[in-house]
Design a protein. Structure first.
Length: 236
C-alpha cells in the first residue's frame, strides 16, 4: 500500500480531544486582489469568502516577516528559510505544498486539536512557479518565547498536545517554540503545519519532537524551566 502523508488517517482510540464540527468546503475564486498583497491571486476560502478590509502587521508575530491581519483573517505569505532563502525566497514549484498544509491543518482542527482555525490559502504565478499565502483565524495570545514563565497547567497543555501528535503519527518538522501560542485564558495552541505529514504506523516521534524543540529553545536562549517542559536539560 502506498503511504500518503497528507491523507488524514482515522483518529486513534486514545485521542484525548473532542472532535469538532467539520469546516465548510473551500470555494476557489480566480484573479482576485488580496489586501496589501496585490492582485492575480487564486483564492480558496470556506464557501469562497472574500477577504476585504484594511491590513495591519500582526504584532508580536515571529517568522520571516510580512504576516498581516485583515479583520479576523491572518495572512501568512510563504517564505523559505535556511540558505535557500538567499536564492529563492518565495517561489515554489506548484501550489500543492499550500494545499497539503491546509489539508493537515483542517484535519487537526476538525479533530479538536488545540490550534487556530484554518481558513484556506491562495497562490499566483511567480517566475517559473507560484507564490502562496496561508489564511487562518486570528487568535489572541502571546508566543511562548514572549513569556517563558508557565504555570504547571499550561506546561502540561503543551506536553499533552505534543504527545497527542505522536499518538496520531503526525510529524511537523517546523514545530518551534515560536509556533506555540499562549491564549490569555489558558491552554496552548500549536501553529504552522507547513511540510507536516502523517508517518507510517509504529514510528516513535517523541524523541524527534524533543530534539526539534530543544534546538529551538536553546537557540532562543530559553531558561532551564522551558527546557524542562519538553523533558530536556540545558545543553552545555
Amino acid at each position: 500500500m502506498i503511504h500518503d502523508p497528507y491523507i488524514v488517517p482515522p483518529l486513534p482510540a486514545s485521542w484525548p480531544y473532542e472532535p469538532g464540527r467539520p469546516l465548510r468546503p473551500l470555494g476557489c475564486r480566480v484573479n482576485l486582489e488580496l489586501p496589501g498583497l496585490g492582485g492575480g491571486w487564486r483564492v480558496c476560502t470556506p464557501g469562497g469568502q472574500l477577504i476585504e478590509g484594511e491590513t495591519f502587521p500582526l504584532e508580536g508575530a515571529f517568522g520571516r516577516g510580512g504576516i498581516l491581519r485583515v479583520g479576523d483573517f491572518v495572512m501568512r505569505p510563504y517564505r523559505r528559510g535556511g540558505l535557500l532563502r538567499h536564492l529563492n525566497e518565495r517561489t515554489y514549484r506548484t501550489h500543492l505544498r499550500f494545499a497539503a498544509e491546509h489539508a493537515v491543518h483542517r484535519g487537526l482542527w476538525e479533530a479538536g486539536f488545540p490550534t487556530v482555525e484554518p481558513l484556506g490559502y491562495a497562490w499566483r504565478p511567480s517566475g517559473f512557479g507560484v507564490e502562496g499565502v496561508l489564511f487562518t483565524r486570528f487568535a489572541q495570545g502571546e508566543a511562548w518565547p514572549r513569556r517563558w514563565d508557565l504555570s504547571a497547567g499550561r506546561a502540561k497543555d503543551i506536553q499533552h498536545a505534543i504527545s497527542s501528535l505522536c499518538t496520531w503519527g503526525l510529524w511537523s518538522p517546523d514545530l518551534n517554540a515560536t509556533n506555540i501560542l499562549l491564549p490569555p485564558d489558558g491552554g496552548a495552541l500549536i501553529l504552522d503545519w507547513d511540510r507536516a505529514g502523517f508517518e507510517p504506523g509504529g514510528v516513535d516521534l517523541g524523541p524527534r519532537y524533543r530534539r526539534r524543540l530543544e534546538r529551538s529553545l536553546t537557540k532562543l536562549g530559553a531558561p532551564a524551566e522551558a527546557l524542562a517542559v519538553i523533558g530536556s536539560a540545558p545543553l552545555p
